[in-house]
Design a protein around this ligand. Structure first.
Ligand SMILES: O=C([O-])CC(=O)C(=O)O
Ligand SMILES: [Mg+2]
Length: 571
């Protein structure tokens, strides 16, 4: 990539992308419908665009405002009589919906109500989510989204996202062209094999890309029309689903090996063909391909393979690593010392465990100048067969091998546990390694605790201890915004380090006093703007940016790019 990168970073003079007016937001893709590049053998979808009015306007979630259409708009857009006479403000609509939501006692009912709102009135859905983020995150995201995926078939109402199954083999490019929005900036894709800590949910994993993308918009400000959720359905090995009459996916056991690899390859190629945009002779930009909840045996391989040719990001490996590293950097204020002074022990050596370990080692190596190999020695991993040590090397999967150290005295590990920073990261709440209360009780209130799904504050001996939510949601929305702002052409680990450091600096003295190592989600849009700015700065520094010239104030620029859910006036 070297020479290409050089050309972009040093070529400010002959840049073809005007960052202030375009920056990847709101257009800029010239051949919107792919007509220019369509050839005899390449099919094209005959799209038409027309002005929505009347009944159609009310049924279009992107433009619908429900009772908030003004008198003037009702006249101009043939809405008279289609709505009851009252006109409500968006604020009043929000108040009403929050009251309704709070009446549902079953979390899944809240989830369904939120999904219905998203399908009915997108602006209002995002207004609710942004203004009530702490309350609604557990509804549209972990833990409730886990249950929603388990029951996705029976609660299915409106199709969301794009389904690419083995039936579409050979036709994936055509399927991509069926999606109505053209200016896609982020694709979240899953194959449903490892949904949170719940295992193989096959095609019903769709709830995850849908949920993650709603956070890209609400937390990171990426416009909803730039987001595309995709589920790749290669079957499922979940017997319960295979025998479920309401299962929405193809009823066969998972395709593996060459059949799987070929479908993925076709998909990755089609994404480039459909969304690739040449910005310089040798440089092509395309959407972020965010991989989510693939099983270990595919996740590492896909990331390694496609990170050379696509803008790929694996949230379970890289996003988790970045959010945990941020928590560790912040916790040094409470624990003392530098990262290199500590020994780390992780229970679990899958995508999260090894991803985190690698990023910590990288940060230690950068900060101390020690070789990566040496930095890795500070980190120990435990998998289902026990501590990962040299003597097990022959039977270890390749992604665990860098962590097979000579077995050192057990005492050191115990030391590591004595200063208890406890991160119970598995999702949803039912899969957490321990609860906040257990962590505080076992350690007599000394633990600094963080978890993947949220826990309520705990009162321990008259002190209110606030558990942190060590969830990727702190990182991926801002990280994605940063990549988009800069028009990044590849993801680099240094961008993850930049995101971790940016998040850690958002923890204030007031938070530390409560034992918090993550800032509250209430300020997440400001936090995301800061993360985006630091990530974008790194993209420019590494010469991996295609949006040139670089805006001067990246935080301001990030804020100015962010989607706002307020209603627009229609003429
Ligand atoms: O979705 C979440 O809350 C975090 C995550 O990526 C996972 O647990 O797989
Ligand atoms: Mg995940």
């Amino acid at each position: 990539m070297g020479s290409v990168v050089e050309e972009i970073s040093n070529g400010g003079g002959h840049s073809v992308v005007d960052v202030e007016s375009k920056a990847g937001f709101g257009g800029g893709i010239v051949d919107v419908y792919g007509e220019d590049c369509a050839t005899e053998d390449q099919v094209l979808t005959p799209w038409t665009a027309s002005v929505a009015s009347g009944y159609t306007l009310l049924r279009d979630p992107h433009y619908n405002k429900g009772l908030a259409f003004t008198e003037k708009e009702r006249d101009a857009h043939y809405l008279r009589g289609l709505l009851p006479p009252t006109v409500l403000t968006q604020e009043l609509q929000e108040k009403k919906l929050m009251q309704n939501l709070r009446q549902y006692e079953v979390p899944l009912h809240r989830y369904i109500a939120m999904m219905d709102l998203q399908e009915r009135n997108e602006g209002l859905f995002y207004k609710l989510l942004i203004d009530n983020v702490e309350e609604l995150l557990p509804v549209v995201y972990t833990p409730t989204v886990g249950e929603a995926c388990q029951k996705y078939g029976s609660i299915f109402r409106h199709p969301q996202g794009l389904y690419i199954s083995l039936k579409e083999k050979g036709k994936i490019l055509e399927v991509l062209k069926n999606w109505p929005d053209r200016g896609i900036q982020v694709i979240v894709v899953t194959d449903g094999e490892r949904i949170l800590g719940l295992g193989d949910l096959g095609c019903q994993g769709m709830g995850i890309p849908v949920g993650k993308l709603s956070l890209y918009t609400a937390l990171g400000g990426v416009p909803p029309s730039a987001c595309l959720p995709i589920t790749i359905d290669v079957g499922t090995n979940n017997e319960k689903l295979l025998n479920d009459e309401f299962y929405i996916g193809i009823k066969q056991r998972r395709a593996t090996g060459q059949e799987y690899a070929e479908l993925l390859e076709e998909f990755m190629t089609a994404v480039k063909q459909n969304y690739g945009e040449k910005v310089l002779v040798q440089v092509e930009v395309f959407p972020i391909l965010h991989f989510e909840d693939f099983a270990n045996h595919n996740a590492f391989e896909l990331l390694a393979k496609y990170s050379k040719t696509h803008l790929v990001f694996n949230d379970d490996i890289q996003g988790t690593a970045s959010v945990v590293l941020a928590g560790l950097i912040a916790s040094l204020k409470l624990l003392g010392g530098t990262l290199a002074d500590h020994t780390f022990l992780f229970l679990g050596a899958g995508e999260a465990g090894t991803g985190i370990a690698e990023l910590i080692a990288l940060e230690i190596s950068k900060k101390t100048g020690a070789p990566l190999e040496k930095a890795r020695k500070k980190i120990w991993l435990v998998d289902s067969k026990g501590l990962i040590v040299k003597s097990r090397l022959g039977s270890l999967q390749h992604f665990k091998q860098p962590w097979a150290h000579d077995h050192e005295p057990i005492k050191e590990l115990v030391d590591a546990v004595k200063k208890p920073l406890i991160l119970a990261l598995s999702n949803p709440t039912s899969q957490a390694e321990c609860t906040a209360e257990e962590a505080y009780t076992w350690t007599k209130g000394r633990a600094i605790f963080g978890s993947g799904s949220p826990f309520d504050p705990v009162k321990y001996e008259n002190k209110l201890l606030v558990p942190g939510q060590a969830n990727n949601a702190y990182i991926f929305p801002g990280f994605g915004l940063g990549l988009i702002m800069a028009g990044a052409i590849r993801v680099h680990d240094d961008m993850l380090l930049a995101a971790s450091e940016a998040l850690a600096t958002q923890v204030s003295e007031e938070h530390y006093a409560k034992g918090m190592i993550y800032p509250p989600f209430t300020n997440i849009r400001k936090i995301s703007a800061n993360i985006a700015a630091k990530v974008a700065a790194k993209v420019y520094e590494l010469g991996l940016a295609s949006n040139l010239p670089r805006p001067k104030d990246l935080v301001k620029y990030a804020e100015s790019c962010m989607y706002s859910p307020r209603y627009r006036s229609y003429r």
